[in-house]
Design a binder for this molecule. Structure first.
Ligand SMILES: [Zn+2]
Length: 155
């Protein structure tokens, strides 16, 4: 009985350790100059300066291949083509992030609007905004700049 309890406790502790690790993604930190050196001017402006690309101009708003969309700055896997849908907004839109993706949300009151900014929690890249007018099953709309993403086709 005691042994069972011990094993149970050990397993629980291990589970928590693994979960804690998953919740705290390995950080990627670079100076502004280092980011500028590895990103295109547009990628830099959007991800590091919170810019927004013009609607219907990015590489992925009308992109329908199967695969994963990763952070253009640090490569973290963020969105799956499975959750991508045509929102009509002109920006890549997803109704969910990948399970456990390092996404952070922040209140954004710029331009006289109250919005939820979406950032990569691993490298602090600005990705886009999160709205609650998305389709089922979540009702969420992650409205993301193409320039903040890089596409990895499914094998
Ligand atoms: Zn990132």
């Amino acid at each position: 009985m005691r042994l069972t309890l011990f094993v149970l406790c050990a397993c629980t502790a291990l589970l928590f350790a693994v979960r804690a690790q998953a919740a705290a993604p390995e950080r990627v930190e670079k100076t502004e100059e280092e980011w500028r050196a590895i990103l295109t001017p547009e990628q830099f402006e959007i991800t590091r300066k919170k810019g927004t690309e013009l609607a219907f101009t990015g590489a992925y708003w009308d992109h329908h291949e199967k695969g994963v969309y990763a952070c253009v700055c640090c490569g973290a896997h963020l969105f799956s083509s499975e959750a991508k849908y045509d929102s009509g907004s002109g920006w890549p839109s997803y109704w969910a992030m990948i399970d456990g993706a390092p996404l952070a949300e922040k209140r954004d009151v710029s331009f006289g609007m109250i919005r939820t900014e979406v950032l990569c929690a691993r490298c602090d890249a600005h990705l886009g905004h999160l709205f609650t007018d998305g389709p089922p099953p979540t009702g969420l709309r992650y409205c993301i700049n193409s320039a903040a993403l890089t596409f990895i086709p499914a094998e």
